[in-house]
Design a protein around this ligand. Structure first.
Ligand SMILES: C[S@@+](CC[C@H](N)C(=O)[O-])C[C@H]1O[C@@H](n2cnc3c(N)ncnc32)[C@H](O)[C@@H]1O
Ligand code: SF4
Length: 386
């Protein structure tokens, strides 16, 4: 719980862009390097970029760090420790800082968990994805279900907090199979689960298979059944949604992700990392070079890999607030929107969406998307922002 005198939340996102193999559904900035990766060289570059970011916003207190990827659990614990040391050297760090590392649940990676904890990580997020081997193979994963559950058990014994990810509405999966799988997963979950409906991303092998009719996705009605079932099962088992794909016991939400969705500031470090920084009252949207080796050379030459540093105008700030805030169960404060946009949301559109059951207004005035509105979130946001 934040006290009135606590500094505003401030997150640092660190992107590790390498994986052992590329999963056929994934369009994240992740790359396979069979020749290996020079971690010492990357660590030096991360430390330099942290210094450069901190020079722009020196007065922040870091409330969360998220090491995402790619596969950050391919980093040696010393590399992780070095990055966290650089962050602590250049910024104040809150005593209760949340430090999350995304890990793939293979047995090799689980052997590094204790090292990560010693380095300062206090939360892991494991990419379990499915609980049966045939589905894992279909998703191109390198771990079995048993290995993944063993990694979850190790995470439970090593970290104060852990979460894992599952992908549902997979090709060939029925809602009944998913209900059984989800209940099995909740038996192994502690305080947090991320549950993503499979999306077909352009440029991925799944996209090509889907386009040629070899990969059949659920129709809209079935997708909604999957979604509703997910919400109902999780809520009944004490893990209500706090965001469209994220479920937690109350108080156990991922604080770093809340920084994004509540529109606070965060620095993005590493190849292809995005950031949002308020500097002298102006909101900056930053992004670094995506290609790992080019990012590395840029940092070594200039001290940072920034390739985008856009200033957001009022309209853009307000649109981002809508887009991010409406993902959250708590929704948005229409007065904050009005203060950012310089205009109020259109009451006629609000009334229409409310009559359709897509949004609701709470007694404190907050506007939120309903469970039946969530599968149409993009359309709801577009409608409200128009
Ligand atoms: C950065 S990724 C992965 C972290 C880690 N490398 C792993 O694969 O376990 C974060 C999560 O996004 C989800 N994800 C990635 N691509 C997806 C897609 N096309 N559809 C649904 N979920 C996806 C997966 O659940 C994944 O764990
Ligand atoms: S899903 Fe994870 S392991 Fe697979 S390619 Fe994407 S980032 Fe890498």
């Amino acid at each position: 719980m934040r006290r009135a005198d606590d500094p505003a939340p401030f997150g640092v996102y660190v992107h590790w862009p390498f994986c052992l193999s590329k999963c056929p559904y994934c369009d994240f900035n992740s790359h396979v390097r069979h020749g290996g990766v020079d971690q010492a060289r990357y660590l030096a570059a991360f430390a330099r970029e942290v210094a450069a970011m901190a020079a722009r916003v020196p007065d922040r207190t870091v409330s969360s760090v998220f090491l995402g990827g790619g596969t950050p659990s391919l980093m040696a614990p010393d590399t992780v420790g070095g990055i966290l040391d650089a962050i602590a050297k250049h910024w104040a760090v809150a005593p209760d800082v949340e430090v999350t590392l995304e890990a793939n649940p293979t047995s090799v990676e689980a052997t590094r968990f204790r090292g990560y904890r010693a380095a300062g990580v206090n939360r892991v997020s494991l990419g379990v994805q499915a609980l049966d081997d045939a589905s894992l193979k279909g998703l191109g994963r390198l771990h079995t279900a048993e290995e993944a559950m063993a990694a979850v058990a190790i995470a439970r014994s090593v970290f104060e907090r852990y979460s894992f990810d599952l992908i549902y509405a997979r090709p060939g999966q029925t809602p009944a199979q998913w209900a059984a799988e989800l209940n099995g997963a909740i038996d192994q979950a502690a305080e947090h689960l991320s549950l993503y409906q499979l999306t077909i991303e352009e440029g991925t092998p799944f996209h090509a298979l889907h386009a040629s009719g070899k990969l059949i996705m659920p129709d809209e009605a079935t997708a909604r059944t999957f979604y509703d079932m997910t919400q109902d099962i999780c809520a009944a088992r004490g893990l209500p949604p706090y965001e469209i794909s994220n479920h937690a016991r109350p108080g156990a939400e991922c604080r770093h992700n809340l920084v994004y969705w509540r529109g606070h500031d965060y620095a993005g470090v590493g190849p292809g990392a995005h950031g949002r920084l308020d500097i002298d009252g102006v909101r900056h949207a930053t992004a670094t070079e995506k290609r790992p080796e080019v990012w590395l050379m840029r940092v070594e030459a200039h001290g940072h890999g920034l390739v985008t540093d856009d200033l957001l105008n009022c309209e853009e700030r307000a649109d981002e607030y809508l887009l991010m805030g409406l993902r959250l169960k708590e929704g948005i404060d229409p007065e904050r929107y009005a203060a950012l946009a310089g205009r109020t949301l259109d009451p006629a559109r609000i009334a229409l969406l409310r009559d359709e059951g897509a949004i609701a207004i709470a007694s404190d005035g907050r506007l939120r998307v309903t469970q039946s509105g969530f599968p149409l979130l993009d359309a709801v946001v577009a409608d409200l922002a128009a």
